[in-house]
Design a protein around this ligand. Structure first.
Ligand SMILES: O=P(O)(O)OC[C@H]1O[C@H](OP(=O)(O)OP(=O)(O)O)[C@H](O)[C@@H]1O
Ligand SMILES: O=c1cc[nH]c(=O)[nH]1
Ligand SMILES: [Mg+2]
Length: 215
């Protein structure tokens, strides 16, 4: 199941436009905060798919019956660019555990690279709802590499993937690598990749825009 937020008119598209906009995205604070806002809206929509049960809540004046979430959530993200997206999800799923995985493109030439996963800190994933976020899904290689590592930490009850911008190619690739029940939430789906595997029109390099160019 893929939910594409760009298909509906809402304030979400304003935030997505701003991270794409070559002028607005230069404001690093706004860029990171817009990614957070995108993730917050996605968290809210995703929360409608979780398990809820009725609980008695004691107010200063009486008892209120409220449906609250029973799922245990793990928010996993891919360093570096995933950090603002992770924070946006954590702003809503504030009781969630977190998993951090590093993945970067190790270039063997200008156009060829391999994905290096060097670091992973994760809680057990057994029986949990695992939400993996990344602002960009280009080829899908980083996400696939990260999932291979996370699999060692247990079997989640349900997996959600949350992306700001994805490509058709990346989505087709990861759908073959993850369980069929995986739910995908995406801000927009772009059609092209450059020879260096950058998304067109995309937004550029999300990690560099959020944290500065790396050498
Ligand atoms: O689908 P792929 O082709 O694997 O590309 C997507 C990856 O590229 C970006 O990270 P990047 O490698 O630029 O690292 P960074 O976060 O340190 O900038 C992005 O955040 C994804 O993790
Ligand atoms: O377009 C892209 C592709 C990968 N990573 C990015 O940050 N941007
Ligand atoms: Mg980058």
């Amino acid at each position: 199941m893929i939910t594409d937020f760009s298909k509906n008119n809402s304030i979400f598209n304003q935030f997505l436009s701003e991270i794409r906009d070559a002028k607005v995205q230069k404001d690093r604070l706004r860029f990171r905060r817009n990614i957070e806002r995108i993730a917050e809206i996605m968290a809210y929509e995703l929360s409608k798919t979780l398990k809820y049960s009725e609980k008695e809540i004691t107010t200063p004046l009486g008892e209120a019956m409220m449906n609250t979430c029973d799922d245990e959530i793990v928010l996993a993200t891919i360093l570096r660019a995933g950090i603002p997206m992770h924070q946006g999800l954590l702003n809503y799923f504030d009781k969630a555990d977190s998993a951090f995985v590093s993945a970067y493109r190790k270039h063997t030439s200008k156009e060829e690279f391999e994905i290096e996963v060097e670091y992973c800190a994760s809680p057990s994933l057994d029986g949990k709802v695992l939400i993996i976020s990344d602002p960009m899904l280009a080829t899908g290689n980083s996400l696939a590499g990260v999932y291979q590592v996370l699999k060692k930490y247990g079997t989640p009850k349900q997996i959600h993937l949350v992306f700001g911008i994805a490509t058709e190619q990346g989505l087709n690739f990861i759908e073959k690598k993850l369980p069929k029940s995986t739910k995908i939430w995406v801000g927009a789906v772009d059609v092209e990749l450059t020879a260096q595997a950058y998304i067109v029109p995309g937004l550029g390099d999300a990690g560099d825009l959020a944290y500065g160019e790396k050498v």
